[in-house]
Design a protein around this ligand. Structure first.
Ligand code: 5GP
Length: 194
């Protein structure tokens, strides 16, 4: 049985060149807020045994999803900012993250005052490819002496390395749709079945 998100990806997702799935019509540009609400409810269910004090994501495409999750969990949402500047000011946690879609390196920062030691942080993002974005966010949480309560991903591309790397680190990684393969010639998308 396909879940609601897999159905939507088959209906409206477009396979582009370079192993990129475009979901601009419901997730990354125009946003289907009803769908986001269903996504947030699913994450709430999957992480119901975890204590969650705050949701952390990275700008920009994670923000909408993370907002809905924050509402569902009843906690604040915090997003890591991409900063071009090398002059990182005082009280920030920072890490370098290579962008999968833009092939550039961004300094990613979070103000220290928004993550307290021992806080339980649920990390949320739209896509998981090679795992650079997630590793950056994990590093930010570690720098703050806080804890990663879990990681929620909307779409994992299972044929890239990120999922394996993150699961090997021992985190509870929950991906709502895992793509096993996709073909930009035929437009076909196949999901992982467990
Ligand atoms: P990673 O850091 O895991 O290599 O890539 C994750 C980040 O790259 C996500 O935050 C997402 O914004 C972007 N990304 C990676 N793969 C895709 C994709 O296939 N489609 C879209 N729209 N974004 C992607």
């Amino acid at each position: 049985m396909m879940n609601f998100l897999e159905k939507r990806i088959l209906k409206d997702g477009v396979v582009a060149k370079g192993n990129v799935l475009k979901v601009d019509s419901f997730l990354n540009h125009q946003m289907d807020v009803e769908l986001l609400e269903d996504i947030a409810k699913e994450f709430k269910e999957r992480f119901k045994t975890q204590k969650v004090d705050k949701i952390l994501t990275i700008e920009s495409s994670g923000i909408g999803i993370a907002c809905m999750c924050a509402k569902e969990f009843g906690v604040p949402m915090l997003f890591a900012k991409k900063s071009k500047s090398i002059n990182i000011e005082g009280d920030v946690l920072s890490v370098e993250v290579e962008s999968f879609t833009h092939k550039t390196v961004n300094q990613v920062i979070v103000s220290k005052k928004f993550i307290r030691p021992q806080e339980n942080i649920l990390i949320i993002d739209d896509f998981l490819a090679n795992g650079c974005a997630l590793q950056g966010l994990i590093s930010i949480v570690q720098q703050a002496d806080a804890k990663v309560a879990g990681i929620g991903i909307v779409i994992e591309k299972g044929f890239q390395n990120g999922g394996k790397i993150i699961r090997n680190l021992g985190y509870q990684l929950e991906s709502l749709a895992i793509i096993e393969s996709m073909d930009d010639q035929t437009g076909e998308i196949f999901f992982h079945k467990d």
